[in-house]
Design a protein around this ligand. Sequence first.
Ligand code: F0G
Length: 477
Amino acid sequence: MSGQSQITSSATSHVLLCTGCSERINPKDVASNFRCRACGDLYEVEYPWSEGAPAAAPMERHPRPVNGPNPSALRYLWQERRTSTLSIDQSGVWRFRDLLPIVSDDKITTLREGNTPLYEMPRSAASLGMNWLLAKHQGMNPTGSFKDAGMTAALSVAVANGYEWVACASTGNTSAAMAAYAARAGLRSLVLIPEGKIAWGKLSQAMDYGSTTIQLRTDFDGCVRVLTEIVQRSPIYLLNSVNPYRLEGQKTPAFEILEQSDWQVPHHIIVPGGNLANCSALGKGFAEMKHLGFIRRMPKISVIQAAGANPLYTSLRDNGGVSLTPVSADTRATAIRIGNPASWKKAVRVIASSGGWCEEVTEREIALAKAEIGAEGIGCEPASAVTLAGLKKLVADGRVGKEETAVLLLTGHTLKDAQYTIDYHRGELLNEREMAGASQAELAQHAGLRREPLVLNADADSILRALDSMAGAPQPA
Ligand code: F0G
């Protein structure tokens, strides 16, 4: 490996760039709520080699920054690290640490997150009439969601900055991830969650990993409001996705997708949208890959929201993403039950610059898509299933071509919300109003996917009789 063009992994040279007024600040001067003191907008991490960074300005005419990271050397190094015994090399986030030098190696807290599978989805592809469909399953992370990739990054910064307490407001997955990483680092953690509005699997994780968990009589947006005040009054490090270091970790699945596709850029990336940090992070990851010369074009990044929690969809439809009016959010996909997303401006920029779209999908469409992903032997939580439901619309409208490659971002493991799955298969999930309007074809799809558990007497005859009544019953030899 040519050492000269590499960034050393212990370098921590970066600034925080305000995405609103473009002011650059020293990271140690950032406000505790991670909002710009001048304009109130969010920051992103900028490195000397980042596009538009002052140091890179004289070299703008070059296809990639001279003396910047060297793609061929890095591609080799990142693969090599997978066989190393060092924990930071085994991590699917930190083996890319050359492109996220935000803490020194000795401050990193890792659970060997990342390195998640990119699965083929042949049945879903066939039913969409597509040649290919892939799913990047971020639910296969240590705490069962994509949040681990961002949490290892931001929590390591909390450790480096000497914090003893960390906190987040959450719809469940962020809190599960934060609780685990805080426990590993020996930090105390505070979780604020909306009472009764998160899946039990996620609540149980925060408790198991030892967080102080407080259920507030409000929604996610209300939890964010309260926590923003708390971190301004107390030395507690905020780990919500307004923290730009979260996005540095969450950009690495973009690198993995490219690596797993042999550096062929998929045409489309389809992401669920809640607080809208994930699509922003992936956008940053792909944009950095393009800027540094790893790839020649961006994939189109599309965001799918639940119709009951669709502020970005509404904003883009009504005013092209110029302003966003918060909505009162309601969806059974509780992970994305968010009415006032913090990172909406970043998301608008990613959709616009990559050429993607934003779609909304109904509860019925989410439930069907989730069952289809389950029937592929993969499974995911409801919020992740919006991707397949949204892709169906994008294909039907001709925005995604049937010969193109699309990657669904599956963000959470199916066990996160087992109750949803059980209710669906028992036919108890969707109400009459939600089922009204379903076509005969759609009803048949639901019927074909539902697997209600049978209760039978404990004898072989009863079971064989039940099997006989099924299509494709096992035939005696
Ligand atoms: N999918 C899952 C499973 C999630 O948990 C979330 C967000 C999203 C998608 C949306 O990602 O917010 O970056 O647009 N969950 C957060 C939480 C809000 O608190 O766990 P986003």
